[in-house]
Each structure stands twice: as structure tokens, then as C-alpha cells.
Design a protein around this ligand. Structure first.
Ligand code: PLP
Length: 404
């Protein structure tokens, strides 16, 4: 008898490390060198975590041998609480903060603690796909609202509002956005807050890229605009602090907390069942959040991240058949392929053949639950030489597949 996976996993996917990624690994094991532009993992590309973070973890490793509180170390939560004060998020107390093994763990936990079968959560399309899978895995129904490419990828609020039903429990916001790089206008964030309050929806705001902002982009934390409903904000060490492997993230409850007693009990139960988040990393959170923020140097026009974002955007958009909204934040470009000009069936066909023929790995737009099948996501973290090589290969590849 075959051992079958759970039905709960039917139709779940995580394409950033999905079948095409597995194919890339297979090719690597055969000796091919792949240019990996699929994962937003800064450190391996020379974007080291700040020394003080590494130092803190090393110096505290002895103190970190035992389990910690399930919500997290007091000092780490105090630092996150202080951060909410500097951002202007009102009324956050120490027990409103939960530390996790990265934001990933907290996304799943926040959904598992909330959802009953068939409960609906509004999620952006495109999204960071862990949101969609976590909702579905928790028995809920992800309902996607459109982000509008022709409006700098801002959420289409009419579409969002039209998808609210009596079963809708919450709305997810990813700002700055992965995969589009959008940083939402103040007015958009305010209007989402009003819609959520009017319909009694919990706001889940994934702000893991809140310090990775280019040019004059400003990030508006939605929690500063919410009073009458619950807001759950997510942040972490993986991107702003380039320490993805240390697995450190946090979740902040604010707004109408009084109405969330039962939900918080659920969160605490699940947090207790996994005992605690990894402790060594928690020692670095206070240091990370306070004082000088080295990420600023990287996102300035003279910084490596900014320069690479600009250069890849410039070069890609010069290729006939490729267009791309310039990112205002995060680590990705989300270009559009004019499928009429090429012989690809769809985005997956494009991604698979790009890997097979040119050994460049990117992720298809539908991997981010985008409703259209003509986009892909590319990470601009490798060295400029490697990025140039990748863009050369993409240009050659597109030329070879142009229909006469
Ligand atoms: N949220 C978004 C929008 C992300 O892009 C990612 C990782 O790419 C995560 C959450 C997960 O982050 P963590 O490393 O903290 O689990």
C-alpha cells in the first residue's frame, strides 16, 4: 500500500522552491552552473548581516541554551514594542508581541489560530504565496483581490471590497510588496484600514521589507491608522537585516485587542505547543532594531541594492516584449512578458525553458497566485556581473523564441 500525503495538502503549492527549483537542483547535480534568481536570500550574495547581530548571537550563545518564554524573550519583545512607539502604532504592550522562527512560522500560526473551515481571507494577487498556502492549510479559503499593474501595483480597492462576504474574516496586506516591489500610497493604506473597520475584518500586514525603500518611497504602517478593528503586523530579521538563516521574526497585535481575547488564547496555545522560537537569534533583535540601520546605505542611490535594482530594471525594459513597473521597495522585479511576441504558452513554459536552455532560474507569476499568466519574478541580489550575464541570457533566449 502506498503512503499518501494528507488531503489537506491537495492543491497547495510553494513554487519559489517548487518543481522548477527541483529541476534546477537536478541540473546542478549534473554539473551545470545555474544563475539562481529565485530566492530573496541576501547573505549568500555578499549582503552580510550587520556584524553587531552576529556578535550578539555569538556572545549570548551560552545564555541561550534553555527554552525561552513562548511569546519570546522579554528584551526582544521590549525592543519590538519600542519600535512600534517610534512608528506611531498606539497602545502596544509587551504581551501583544510574539517572536517566531521567522515571519513564516507566525503567518501559519496566525491563520491556524483563527480559521474555521470555509472562513475567507482576502489576499493580494500577486501575493507572497505562503499567505495563500497557510490560509488553505488552516481550512480557510484564500480569496484574491487584484493589485493593479497600471496603477503602480497598488491594490484595486473596488475589487477588494467586492470580494467581501459574510464569511470574510480578514484582509492581508503585503507592503512593501513581494513580488511587485510596490510601496502603497498613504491614501490606499488609509482606505484599506477604513474598509476593514467598516466590515470588521482583521488586518494582517506583512511589513518584512519596511526598511527596504528606494528613492522617495515612504512606508505607512497600517497599524498607525487602525482603532476599531484588530491589526496584526509582521516584521523580522531576514530582509532588513540580511539574516534570513537566523530565522527571527515578530508579530504585533494592535487596535481592537479587547475583542481578540479568544483569538490571542489560540495564538498562545499554538505558540506554547512549539515551546519557543529559537533563542540565540532572539538575543540579536534588540541590537538590530536600535540605532544605526546599515540597510539605509544599501538602498541609497549610491548603495549596491539600489544600483542593482536600477541596472536590472533598465536593461530588462530595453528588451522588446518586456515591460516592468519600477520597484519602490523590497528585493524583486516583476516583469511582464508580451506573450503574443513569443512562442511560450504561458509564464511556466517561459520559466521552464529559460532554465533548460539558458540555465537561469526565476519564478513564474502564477507561482505568486497572480491571475494573469504572463509575468515572472527576478531577484536582483547577485553581483552585477552575474546579473548582467543573466540579463544577456534572457535577451538571447527571448530573441530565439520570438515568433516571426
Ligand atoms: N513575508 C514576505 C513578504 C516574504 O517575502 C518572506 C520571505 O521571502 C517572508 C514573509 C518570510 O520571511 P521569514 O524569513 O521571516 O520567514
Amino acid at each position: 500500500m502506498e503512503f499518501l500525503k494528507s488531503h489537506r495538502l491537495d492543491n497547495l503549492k510553494y513554487d519559489i522552491r517548487g518543481p522548477v527549483y527541483n529541476k534546477a537542483q537536478e541540473l546542478e547535480s549534473q554539473g551545470y552552473k545555474i544563475i539562481n534568481l529565485n530566492i530573496g536570500n541576501p547573505a549568500p550574495f555578499g549582503f552580510d548581516a550587520p556584524d553587531e547581530i552576529v556578535h550578539d548571537i555569538i556572545m549570548n550563545i551560552r545564555n541561550a541554551q534553555g527554552y525561552a518564554d513562548s511569546r519570546g524573550l522579554f528584551a526582544a519583545r521590549k525592543a519590538v514594542m519600542h519600535y512600534t512607539q517610534t512608528q506611531g502604532i498606539p497602545g502596544v504592550e509587551i504581551n501583544d508581541i510574539f517572536i517566531g522562527n521567522g515571519v513564516s512560522e507566525l503567518i501559519l500560526l496566525s491563520m491556524q489560530a483563527l480559521l474555521n473551515t470555509g472562513d475567507e481571507i482576502l489576499v493580494p494577487s500577486p501575493d507572497y504565496p505562503l499567505w495563500t498556502t497557510s490560509i488553505a492549510l488552516s481550512g480557510g479559503k484564500p480569496v484574491h483581490y487584484i493589485c493593479d499593474e497600471s496603477n503602480e501595483w497598488n491594490p484595486d480597492l473596488d475589487d477588494l471590497e467586492s470580494k467581501i462576504t459574510p464569511r470574510t474574516k480578514g484582509v492581508v496586506l503585503i507592503n512593501p510588496n513581494n513580488p511587485t516591489g510596490a510601496v502603497y500610497d498613504r491614501e490606499i493604506v488609509e482606505r484599506i484600514a477604513r474598509i476593514a473597520e467598516e466590515h470588521g475584518l482583521i488586518i494582517f500586514s506583512d511589513e518584512i521589507y519596511d526598511r527596504i525603500l528606494y528613492d522617495d518611497a515612504v512606508h505607512y504602517p497600517i497599524a498607525t491608522m487602525v482603532e476599531h478593528t484588530l491589526c496584526v503586523t509582521f516584521g523580522g530579521l531576514s530582509k532588513n537585516y540580511r539574516a534570513a538563516g537566523f530565522r527571527g521574526g515578530w508579530m504585533i497585535l494592535s487596535g481592537a485587542k479587547k475583542r481578540a481575547k479568544s483569538y490571542v488564547e489560540g495564538i498562545l496555545l499554538l505558540a506554547s505547543m512549539r515551546l519557543c522560537a529559537n533563542v540565540p537569534t532572539q538575543y540579536a533583535i534588540q541590537t538590530a532594531l536600535g540605532g544605526y540601520q546599515s540597510i539605509h546605505d544599501l538602498v541609497l542611490p549610491t548603495g549596491r541594492l539600489h544600483k542593482q535594482m536600477n541596472a536590472v530594471h533598465d536593461r530588462l525594459t530595453q528588451i522588446p516584449g518586456i515591460s516592468c513597473v519600477k520597484p519602490s521597495g523590497a528585493l524583486y522585479l516583476f516583469p511582464k512578458i508580451d506573450l503574443e511576441l513569443f512562442d511560450f504558452q504561458d509564464d511556466n513554459d517561459f520559466v521552464y525553458r529559460l532554465l533548460s536552455e539558458q540555465k537561469v532560474l526565476v519564478v513564474s507569476g502564477t507561482g505568486f497566485n497572480y491571475v494573469r499568466n504572463d509575468h515572472f519574478r527576478i531577484v536582483f541580489l547577485p553581483t552585477m556581473d552575474e546579473l548582467n550575464e543573466a540579463v544577456d541570457r534572457i535577451a538571447l533566449f527571448l530573441e530565439a523564441h520570438r515568433v516571426p
